[in-house]
Design a protein around this ligand. Structure first.
Ligand SMILES: *[C@@H]1O[C@H](CO)[C@@H](O)[C@H](O)[C@H]1NC(C)=O
Ligand SMILES: *[C@@H]1O[C@H](CO)[C@@H](O)[C@H](O)[C@H]1NC(C)=O
Ligand SMILES: *[C@@H]1O[C@H](CO)[C@@H](O)[C@H](O)[C@H]1NC(C)=O
Ligand SMILES: *[C@@H]1O[C@H](CO)[C@@H](O)[C@H](O)[C@H]1NC(C)=O
Ligand SMILES: *[C@@H]1O[C@H](CO)[C@@H](O)[C@H](O)[C@H]1NC(C)=O
Length: 383
């Protein structure tokens, strides 16, 4: 009985147990079917992909994003100058970016070196018509940069060489570090164009003294950069030195020079990357120490004395005395006046004597434009 009952119960049990067993079997079958379908589909899509799919997709992607791929992959993006001079970089970001220097010295492409003409101005360039004539026909051998007061809006027309050549600018005061900041900003913006090899700082009162060809040859063939560095023992020289600049600068290293310089690319990079002298000059060369007369001359005389001509190529007349050089207006400009600047000097050029000593003249008043335009073809060789 017991056994029957037990067997009955067994049967009952087995029936109860066999219901999930059947269910599991059905599930297993479903699973297998899906597995087979899944594996089959995978194999099918792998086959399709290998023969048409993936290749087509990749090709399609390449053709769709071709400009992007090309830009990323070609040398062009590294050597093309920025398409616009306006940018949103801070000074810190700009100086960092401008300090990039290739370590391989041979350029793997044809590089035609240019002169960067950097105009440090308050606003308008009243002598621009003379400069336009100077630059005419020499495209590709120069670049122009203008640092003006931020409030100034230039209105050059699109046919002008000065059109859209303004760089992001800040207020700068004579004799203050903000003036050197403006000059470093000009150098840094000009360094972004890999073709710029020589950098000339000019003001709105500067004029060129020779044709573009003579100017280009003079700067490009010079083994020195034109920065004046004078060791003046008097109150306006060593008298402005501050002992707090030790140990970076001692009294016998202290130099004074004209603000209007020409430097090679190598020296331009030295100036924008400087973090050694900058804080000392900012802190310890304040009026009546005029920092724009001392910072670059002293720094470069310490770092690269052998690369300096120790004279400026910008002529200026201090002979009248006083704190400011003479300004020349309409009635000062004559053939005799220009000949006196063109012919009255000898200087050292590439360690030889030369009679061409100055390429630019300041300070020229706006009123002098008309007689200059008249005399330029005969005396200056352009226009
Ligand atoms: C630009 O503005 C100045 C005044 O700021 C004006 O004398 C000059 O004629 C203007 N030039 C052009 C091309 O509009
Ligand atoms: C300036 O130099 C270039 C090339 O050296 C020459 O083709 C051109 O005629 C020169 N221009 C003038 C005005 O002498
Ligand atoms: C200034 O420094 C230079 C280079 O270190 C050194 O040759 C010169 O003797 C120093 N001059 C003075 C006055 O300390
Ligand atoms: C400029 O002066 C430095 C010394 O400060 C000297 O080493 C260099 O040779 C000078 N340059 C020229 C062209 O005489
Ligand atoms: C260069 O000029 C100086 C005077 O300025 C003179 O003493 C020297 O002999 C000249 N050198 C040559 C090579 O003509």
């Amino acid at each position: 009985m017991n056994s029957r009952v037990s067997s009955m119960e067994d049967v009952k049990d087995s029936i109860q147990r066999s219901q999930p067993r059947v269910f599991k079997l059905v599930l297993l079958k479903f699973f297998l079917v899906f597995l087979v379908l899944g594996v089959g589909f995978s194999l099918f899509s792998m086959y399709m992909a290998r023969h048409i799919g993936v290749r087509d997709i990749v090709l399609q992607a390449q053709s769709t994003f071709k400009p992007c791929f090309e830009e990323q992959g070609s040398l062009d993006r590294w050597i093309r100058p920025p398409s616009t001079l306006m940018h949103s970089m801070s000074d810190e970001e700009l100086l960092w970016r401008a300090s990039f220097v290739p370590l391989v010295k041979k350029y793997p492409f044809e590089r035609i070196p240019k002169i960067a003409f950097m105009f440090l101005t308050r606003g308008p360039l009243p002598l621009s018509p003379l400069w336009e004539k100077f630059f005419k026909g020499h495209e590709g051998l120069y670049s122009i940069y203008i640092h003006a007061l931020p409030s100034y809006e230039a209105n050059f027309t699109s046919d002008s060489v000065f059109y859209k050549r303004q760089i992001p600018s800040k207020v700068s005061e004579w004799g203050e570090m903000s003036m050197c900041d403006a000059e470093r900003r000009l150098l840094a913006n000009a360094l972004l164009d890999l073709s710029n090899e020589w950098f000339v700082l000019l003001s709105e009162s500067c004029i060129p003294l020779y044709s573009f060809n003579v100017t280009y040859k003079y700067l490009s063939k010079s083994v020195h950069s034109f920065m004046s560095i004078i060791d003046d023992p008097g109150p306006y020289g060593r008298g402005r030195y501050n002992e707090n600049m030790l140990p970076e600068v001692n009294i016998s290293q202290w130099r004074k020079g004209s603000q209007w310089f020409e430097v090679s690319r190598k020296l331009a990079v030295s100036i924008v990357k400087d973090t050694v002298y900058y804080p000392k000059f900012k802190k310890f060369c304040r009026p009546h120490c005029y920092v724009d007369e001392h910072y670059f001359p002293t720094m470069l005389a310490i770092e690269s004395p052998h690369l300096l001509a120790n004279r400026s190529v910008t002529w200026v007349d201090w002979s009248r005395g006083g704190a400011h050089p003479a300004t020349f207006g309409r009635f000062d400009i004559s053939e005799a006046f220009l000949r006196r600047i063109l012919e009255g000097h000898t200087c050292s050029y590439n360690n030889r004597n030369s009679t061409i000593c100055f390429l630019f003249v300041r300070k020229i008043a706006p009123s002098a434009l008309e007689p200059l335009l008249e005399l330029a073809p005969k005396l200056l060789g352009f226009g």
